[in-house]
Structures are given as structure tokens and as C-alpha cells.
Design a protein around this ligand. Structure first.
Ligand code: BES
Ligand code: ZN
Ligand code: ZN
Length: 525
């Protein structure tokens, strides 16, 4: 099924008076008095509805609270405006360090509403330049960051995956987006931010669609073909390795997981090379299990359908690679996604079987449901063979990570210069990532009686032992492992869009590669 959520229409820049949009999104960052002062003419145009809603307490500027008002001319030609609250539950004003986050979320909330109201033209009003910080000084906005955040927010909030519903097919999306300067803004060229915002939002939604796709449709073969097409459109060099090629490379772990399935595995290779060349090559590896039944160590029936999204890490890598190619990055990037199903059958790998990885390591499979680390190990080896100097892998790897961090943050593990740049990139991209430890004791839990390693280390520290398993395949290169088991999927529709796949870590990976959070030139650990 074709991807329908993109591209976004490139936004138009307008001024407050000239915009004629159906819906104007107005994030409220400042104090009540500041904002009422700034929006005096908007209030007049709403016939005083805004000021009355503030006075009566009906509108309390709570985070993501909305106040929809009709506009009746005056200084304004937009038809309606929606004020979006930004204060947290302690009624604190947003922390100035995270203002782009606030704009991103408010724009997403507004875009969601625009979809419901069937608005065809939508604008985001920039915050005013009179907004003050807690200490009374004025905020000096980075308008380029604000613009990117607004564009991204519209992209996330406007996403709703109706591809599999008869009724929603072809449902109209707003056709024109505008960024609207507030009075007093210093106008600057925002072309670059708009381009980055669009590319990032589109890529997040690409990842969401892949992870939403059911496993009867998105088989490893189709996943590879579709991703390959998208990547080529973005200007990436790609290659799909089939079963024979995977065999030739000796990837016994990937083949061992794929054995139980009727569907053959694939390994997708994507390459981005900066025009000026680079000493640093970032290897991005994403888990691409299109369905994880657990294999012979089969999972319980309850919730098993969710395991169609066990390729969310792979989807994040594919989405990121597209955005990286479109935006351009100062470093080389290789994206690798091993794709397979994990199924039980008469041919399937059994507990106790010993598999040999491409680098010669032997692995005793204790539990066939710990398949992600197996396929990632072979792909991490291949990334290094292709010249990666720095490694990042992304995977819905362990239930234990969900127990540790809930669905609130992704876990990150690593060594060398791996973790710091990820934390910096995640913060700049507005995604939550929390570091978990990789002490040597976790590696001891993986000692096997017969082989070099076993694939599980018992119940204790399950997320850490899984990371420790992967570490064995990184040869001391700077490396970070992102466990997104808790964050890749949401059961509840939120400000960022519908329930379902979240496209988590695309933003972080794009920021990592394009904003060079990697210390270039320091390839060693
Ligand atoms: N795909 C799962 C992990 C997962 C769990 C993802 C929940 C999303 C939500 C992974 O392959 C798995 O089954 N891991 C096992 C490992 C165990 C057998 C050591 C787990 O976490 O239970
Ligand atoms: Zn599993
Ligand atoms: Zn899995």
C-alpha cells in the first residue's frame, strides 16, 4: 500500500495581517498578562472571547489545552484561531531551554485539531518578541529553531494512518501551511529550517507507517523493496542482500533466526557519502523483525499482535537515512537493516542449538525469543566490514527495558564516545533517552557451557545483558545501543498523533548525523 502521509506542503511565510488561513495555531508561551497584551488585536477580532476565557478561568493555559475562537476581521483575516496552552501541571511556564519542544507540541496539537475541523489552510503564529523569562529579561528567540519545530509539529500532529480503513482512504489534509510572523519578530531566512523540519517530519512518518504495517503485508521481502524505493528517491545508494548473499557472508545468526519462517530474510544496505568526503562513517543498524512470535520459545497470545512492530528500529534507521540524504550531513552514514520473521516450525532453531556469527563467534541459543540481538550482531559486524568507524543500533530489544523505564524514555547503553553524542542529539531533537549501565558483570551472565556466548543472561538486568551481548560484536569501536521496546508504540492517541507506531529515534538519529554531535576526528574509543 502506498505511503500517503507525505510530503508536507512547503510552508508559506506570512504576516499576522496578511494571513487568511482557516485556522491559526497560537502557542501561548508568555505570562497571562504578556500574552493578553500581545494578542490584544486578536482578542478584539474574537469579540473579547479570549480575554473572557482567561478571566473566567475557562482557559488556564494548561499544557495542550485549547481555546478555539472565531475571528471577525479587524486586524486579522484568518477565519479562526486556536490558542494552545503550554504550562505544565504545576502551572509553570515552559523552561526556556526547551521552548522549541513546546512549540513543536503546540503545533502538533493544533495540526490534529485542524484535521478534525477539516481546515484546508493552517498557520502557526510565532511567539512574540515581548515574551519574558522568569527573571524578567526578554527571550531572544532562535527563529530558525522555532520554524523547524513548528514544521515538525505540524507533520507529527497531522499524521493519522488511515491506509487500512475503507472510510478514511483519501481523506483530505490541509493543503497549505503558513508560518506567521508575530509583530516585532526580526525576519530571517528560514528556508533551511523549513527544509530540515519537513524532511525530519516526513521521515518520522515514514517510520510510523512501516511499523504500523501488518506482518502479512510487510514481509521481509516487501519491507526491503519498499524501503529501497524510498531511499533511492531520497538519493541514497542502496543494496538488498538476499538469502544467498547473506549465506555467502556467513551470517549464521541472522540465518538461524530466519530458519523457522517460510519468508526468506533480507539485509538492506543504505549509504550516504558527504560530497566533501569524511573520516568518520557512522554505522546505523536497526532491528527489522517483521514479526516476532518468539519462535520455538513462543510468546503468550495476549498482545502478540504488537510484535508486527518489532521492526521499529529498522524503520527508524530507514527514515533517518532518507532525512540525512535530503538534509545533507558532514559525516558518511551507512544504514543496515537485517530483516526477518521469527517463527516456530519444524525447521526452526531450537533452544540449545549453537549458531556461528559472521565474525566466527559461536552462540548457544537458550531462548529463541531473544532473536533481536542475534540479527543485530551479524549486522554490527557487517557495518564495520563496510567501514563504519562509529556504531549506533536501534531495537525493540527487551521487555526488561520497558520494566526499567516504562514507555516514557528509550534506554541507551554504550562505550567509547557512543553515549554522550546520543544524549546531546536526543536533547536537541526533543526525544527522551536515559543511560543504563554496562558493567562487566552483565557479560559474565552470558557465559555458556559450550559456546563463546549464550543469547540470554537470566531475568536479572535483562536490558543490560542484551546490551552486553551486542557489545561483544563492536570491537571497542565507539558504540551506542538504543532500546526502544517501550517507546516505539503508543496505545493512546496523544498530541503527536494517533495511537500506534511513534517513529521514535528518527529525530535523534537525524540530529546526530546532521548536527554532528559526533566528535569528528576522534575515531578511537
Ligand atoms: N521483541 C521482543 C522485545 C519487546 C518486548 C519489544 C515488548 C516490544 C515490547 C524481544 O525479541 C524479546 O522477545 N525479548 C525477550 C528476551 C528474553 C527472552 C531474554 C524479552 O524481553 O522478554
Ligand atoms: Zn523476541
Ligand atoms: Zn523481538
Amino acid at each position: 500500500m502506498s505511503n500517503s502521509q507525505y510530503p508536507l506542503v512547503s510552508p508559506v511565510m506570512s504576516t499576522a495581517e496578511s494571513t487568511t488561513v482557516d485556522l491559526l495555531i497560537v502557542p501561548l508561551i508568555g505570562s497571562k498578562d504578556d500574552e493578553l497584551e500581545r494578542l490584544k488585536s486578536l482578542d478584539l477580532s474574537s469579540h473579547g472571547v479570549i480575554a473572557r476565557a482567561f478571566e473566567s478561568g475557562e482557559f488556564r493555559n494548561k499544557r495542550n489545552q485549547t481555546l478555539l475562537v472565531d475571528l471577525h476581521g479587524g486586524d486579522w483575516n484568518a477565519k479562526r484561531a486556536v490558542l494552545i496552552g503550554t504550562r505544565d501541571r504545576y502551572r509553570r511556564r515552559p523552561d526556556p531551554r526547551y521552548l522549541e519542544d513546546v512549540i513543536r507540541q503546540a503545533s502538533a496539537v493544533g495540526a490534529r485539531l485542524a484535521g478534525k475541523l477539516k481546515a484546508t489552510t493552517v498557520g502557526v503564529l510565532f511567539p512574540g518578541n515581548s515574551v519574558r523569562k522568569w527573571d524578567g529579561t526578554k527571550i531572544s528567540w532562535r527563529w530558525d529553531w522555532i520554524a523547524q519545530a513548528a514544521i515538525e509539529g505540524i507533520g507529527y500532529g497531522g499524521f493519522s494512518d488511515g491506509r487500512y480503513r475503507k472510510s478514511e482512504k483519501g481523506s483530505a489534509k490541509p493543503a497549505v501551511y503558513e508560518l506567521v510572523w508575530s509583530e516585532g519578530c526580526t525576519t530571517v531566512d528560514l528556508t533551511e529550517s523549513i527544509r530540515c523540519g519537513n524532511a525530519t517530519a516526513r521521515s518520522v512518518n515514514v517510520a510510523r507507517e512501516f511499523a504500523n504495517d501488518p506482518a502479512n503485508i510487510l514481509t521481509p521481502r516487501l519491507f526491503a523493496e519498499r524501503a529501497d524505493l524510498l531511499c533511492k528517491e531520497s538519493g541514497l545508494h542502496t543494496e538488498i542482500l538476499d538469502e544467498a548473499a547473506i549465506q555467502k557472508l556467513g551470517m549464521g545468526l541472522l540465518l538461524g533466526v530466519a530458519r523457522g519462517s517460510e519468508e526468506p530474510p533480507r539485509l538492506l544496505v543504505m549509504r550516504y557519502e558527504p560530497p566533501q568526503g569524511s573520516e568518520v562513517t557512522l554505522g546505523l543498524v536497526g532491528k527489522g523483525v517483521t514479526f516476532d512470535s518468539g519462535g520455538i520459545s513462543i510468546k503468550p497470545a495476549g498482545g502478540m499482535e504488537r510484535m508486527k512492530s518489532d521492526m521499529s528500529g529498522g524503520a527508524a534507521v530507514i527514515g533517518s537515512m532518507c532525512a540525512i540524504a535530503e538534509i545533507g550531513a558532514p559525516v558518511g552514514v551507512i544504514g543496515l537493516v537485517p530483516m526477518t520473521e521469527n517463527m516456530p516450525s519444524g525447521r526452526a532453531t531450537k533452544p540449545g542449538d549453537i549458531l556461528t556469527s559472521a565474525d566466527g563467534t559461536t552462540v548457544e541459543v537458550i531462548n529463541t525469543d531473544a532473536e533481536g540481538r542475534l540479527i543485530l550482531a551479524d549486522a554490527l559486524w557487517y557495518a564495520q566490514k563496510l567501514g563504519a568507524t562509529h556504531l549506533v543500533d536501534v531495537a525493540t530489544l527487551t521487555g526488561a527495558c520497558v520494566v526499567a523505564l516504562g514507555k516514557v524514555a528509550s534506554g541507551v547503553f554504550g562505550h567509547g564516545l557512543g553515549v554522550g553524542p546520543i544524549l546531546a542529539a536526543a536533547q536537541s531533537a526533543g526525544e527522551r533517552v536515559w543511560e543504563l549501565p554496562l558493567y562487566p558483570e552483565y557479560r559474565e551472565q552470558l557465559e555458556s557451557e559450550l559456546a563463546d556466548l549464550k543469547n540470554v543472561g537470566g531475568r536479572e538486568g535483562g536490558a543490560c545483558t542484551a546490551a552486553s551481548f551486542l557489545e561483544s560484536f563492536t570491537n571497542g569501536k565507539p558504540w551506542a545501543h538504543l532500546d526502544i521496546a517501550g517507546t516505539a508504540w503508543t496505545e493512546r492517541a496523544g498530541p503527536d498523533g494517533d495511537a500506534g507506531a511513534t517513529g521514535v529515534m528518527v529525530r535523534t538519529l537525524v540530529a546526530l548525523a546532521t548536527k554532528t554531535h559526533i566528535p569528528v576526528g576522534k575515531a578511537g574509543p
